[in-house]
Design a protein around this ligand. Structure first.
Ligand SMILES: NC(=O)c1ccc[n+]([C@@H]2O[C@H](COP(=O)([O-])OP(=O)(O)OC[C@H]3O[C@@H](n4cnc5c(N)ncnc54)[C@H](OP(=O)(O)O)[C@@H]3O)[C@@H](O)[C@H]2O)c1
Length: 290
């Protein structure tokens, strides 16, 4: 199996839960320590062809690598499109040659956020940011190149043991401040890579072509997410004030509501991902049981 983005937040976790008996090759833009593959720029079709020639054949691919700088993408849409859009088509074409499955990790940012109930996989898309447009282009390029084998898994609000993420930022800020202001008018589902990574293997091994949504159960605002992070980490002397998106402007527009309906994935695995508070508590090394 091939896992791209091996050094990233999600890809590193995917490599830590490889199913028994599966041989895996991880790759990233820079050579990933401890994995049997050179660094590969997936935006370069020649390098992708060489990866498949020299390290394949693969039985399947989990593609987590992406240009993930959401705000910077507003200025660099062309570069983001090469990585998030065109590279997905190239990878999918390689998978189509031997008819092996491709799991492509995508995002809630393909939706406009005007919805009022959890988004289903077949709901109309309408990205409101450059990043969202490039990820949608990737979904379409991969599906066009390998319609029978592409499994798109849209997720959101990720955090985990590796990389930069929201709970880490909140805990770092809480060391220096006694008050934080956090957006309370965007809703989604905080999702732990510890929960998501095994689900990607399930989709690779037992899923079918098409779109899956994958997020922890339940919904939250960023303010809820921040409050729970500090609570579970035992930080008591910091007050988290709610603020509006308008008070905290960012270069890229975010969907106001992007809760995902994950029932197709639940059906496949026979269980949903853990509720977001439980998953966050587990990640932070405490328990909500008491
Ligand atoms: N983080 C979230 O909240 C979130 C939410 C929804 C969906 N997603 C999706 O989930 C996936 C994993 O996200 P993540 O947060 O784990 O991202 P990440 O930590 O940024 O990891 C992505 C990895 O891809 C690598 N990469 C970038 N450009 C590449 C290229 N041209 N060729 C090969 N590798 C390249 C990056 O290398 P460098 O670091 O060297 O650039 C990085 O190691 C992505 O598809 C993302 O769009 C993430």
């Amino acid at each position: 199996m091939l896992v791209t983005g091996a050094a990233g937040m999600l890809g590193s976790q995917v490599l830590l839960c490889v199913p028994d008996g599966t041989e895996v090759c991880g790759t990233d833009l820079q050579e990933a320590p401890g994995v049997d593959a050179p660094g590969v720029d997936l935006a370069d079709p020649e390098q992708v062809a060489r990866l498949f020639r020299d390290h394949g054949p693969f039985r399947g691919v989990i593609h987590t690598a992406a240009y993930t700088a959401v705000d910077r993408a507003e200025e660099e849409e062309e570069l983001a499109l090469r990585v998030n859009g065109e590279a997905c088509g190239v990878l999918a074409a390689e998978c189509a040659k031997t008819d092996v499955p491709l799991v492509l990790v995508s995002t809630d940012f393909v939706f406009d956020g005007a919805g009022t109930r959890p988004y289903r996989p077949d709901d109309a898309v309408g990205p409101v940011s450059a990043y969202g447009r490039t990820k949608l282009a990737g979904e379409r390029a991969a599906t066009a190149a390998h319609p029978g084998g592409t499994r798109i898994v849209r997720t959101q609000w990720l955090y985990g043991p590796r990389g930069k993420h929201f709970p880490g930022t909140m805990l770092a800020l809480a060391k220096d401040r006694d008050e934080l202001r956090v957006v309370a008018d965007q809703k989604g589902s905080p999702t732990s890579t510890l929960e998501l990574a095994p689900a990607l293997w399930a989709v690779l091994e037992r899923g079918e072509a098409g779109v899956y949504h994958a997020a922890c159960e339940g919904e939250a605002t960023w303010h809820d997410f921040a409050t729970a992070t500090l609570e579970f980490a035992g930080v008591e002397d910091v007050t988290v004030h709610p603020c509006t998106t308008a008070e905290y402007p960012t270069p890229a527009k975010r969907p106001a509501y992007s809760v995902l309906d994950c029932s197709r994935l639940t059906e496949l695995r026979g269980k949903p991902l853990a509720p977001w508070r439980e998953a966050l508590s587990t990640y932070l090394g405490t328990s909500t049981d008491s």
